[in-house]
Design a binder for this molecule. Structure first.
Ligand SMILES: NC(=O)c1ccc[n+]([C@@H]2O[C@H](COP(=O)([O-])OP(=O)(O)OC[C@H]3O[C@@H](n4cnc5c(N)ncnc54)[C@H](OP(=O)(O)O)[C@@H]3O)[C@@H](O)[C@H]2O)c1
Length: 292
């Protein structure tokens, strides 16, 4: 039985800053966790206009908001408004979590750690494995950094090859020992795919409403591969369905969404959130089922 807590004058506030935010699952996930733990806290979603970002961040301090998530399009632009940024988020150049520590706003990136934690749950040793990242946008950047940090050999493919190149060059500058990263054209994936143990979709391809699309031809997948799709709507993309049928290990995007939320919750509260419940509630919501 979940304890009800009616917000009062002592309620701790948490929020999401982004635009748009109306489809976000973070309020549901975090409010559920607060209630489950009996915490006097609420989480709200704020749709912030582009020219209001600075004021919104200052507002976190003014209203003593304890913690926040940041989503598209502000993960990078928010950085200049923070008091400090933890190393991983600084190197990636994106913050998705803010903690208000006694009036100082500190930025973190839990997308990267969520991705790596999930991968490590399936694969004991990442060192020396070959991974293919499809996409070169924001989430690809967090994933690329996490993989390099864990000594995975990474290849990036993107429909715009120049963007893949600048992503790699930009990230390489952050390492004293330059990591080996390759780029291949999307059209060459079919010839090279057999050498990868990990395939990651970091594009929106396969997302609702274009659910019949896959980022690469799935005929070339083999059962020895792990397939990670960052897309979480639908719960199971065609890529994940086909990979499962072939016998691959799979990680669905909704699990990353929940994990980054679990890690943010820990940063804010120093408490262990009810991770399984958070995952169940997000799963049910995405499935369109009733949530009790
Ligand atoms: N599960 C999670 O927790 C989580 C977290 C963050 C993001 N995501 C997912 O990750 C996806 C990407 O997010 P992002 O923030 O990285 O977006 P982004 O910065 O806009 O980057 C999108 C990337 O996808 C590529 N792309 C877009 N449409 C494509 C298409 N039709 N065919 C081939 N490539 C295409 C883009 O290629 P170009 O460079 O050529 O434009 C770019 O490399 C989102 O759709 C979201 O579902 C999931």
């Amino acid at each position: 039985m979940i304890k009800e807590q009616i917000p009062d004058a002592e309620t701790d506030l948490y929020c999401l800053i982004g635009n748009p935010v109306s489809h976000s699952l973070s309020p549901l996930m975090h409010n559920y966790a607060f209630r489950k733990l009996g915490l006097n806290a609420v989480y709200l979603a704020f749709n912030v206009q582009k020219n209001k970002l600075q004021e919104a961040v200052e507002g976190l301090k003014a209203f003593n908001i304890k913690g926040a998530n940041v989503t598209i399009p502000y993960k990078t632009s928010v950085i200049k408004h923070l008091d400090s940024v933890e190393d991983t988020a600084r190197i990636i150049g994106a913050v998705n979590t803010i903690k208000n520590r006694d009036g100082a706003l500190i930025g973190y990136n839990t997308d990267c750690s969520a991705f790596i934690e999930l991968l490590k749950e399936k694969l004991n040793n990442l060192k020396g494995l070959n991974a293919l990242i499809i996409g070169a946008g924001g989430v690809a950047r967090a994933i690329l950094y996490g993989l390099i940090e864990n000594n995975v050999n990474v290849t990036v493919t993107n429909r715009n090859t120049d963007k893949a190149e600048s992503l790699i060059e930009d990230l390489k500058k952050q390492f004293k020992v330059k990591p080996e990263c390759n780029i291949i054209r999307l059209s060459d994936v079919k010839n090279e795919i057999s050498k990868f143990q990990i395939i990651i979709n970091a594009t929106p391809v396969g997302m609702t409403p274009n659910m019949n699309e896959t980022p690469v031809n799935t005929d070339y997948l083999t059962s020895k591969m792990l397939v990670f799709d960052t897309v979480y709507n639908p719960l199971e993309t065609i890529l994940i369905k086909k990979a499962k049928r072939i016998g691959c290990q799979v990680i669905e995007g909704y699990r990353m969404l929940v994990k980054q939320g679990v890690l943010a919750f820990k940063i804010w509260t120093s408490l262990q959130p009810p991770a399984e419940d958070m995952e169940r509630i997000v799963y049910l919501k995405l499935k369109g089922e009733r949530i009790e």
